[in-house]
Write a protein that binds this ligand. Sequence first.
Ligand code: FES
Length: 56
Amino acid sequence: MYVCLCKGVTDKTIRRAVDHGVSSMRELRQEFGVGGQCGCCTQCAKDVLNDAIAAR
Ligand code: FES
């Protein structure tokens, strides 16, 4: 599913990024722009990020 519509970032992309070492919203924003535009996706992105980190 799409997490960040502004940047077209999916939960799969976030999970893959976590597999490659991303561990914070700041890094997600730097790499993909997640949350950097309207900001609507921030909470959902955090949830996916934390879930992916917990599953690592
Ligand atoms: Fe992610 Fe707008 S939906 S910045």
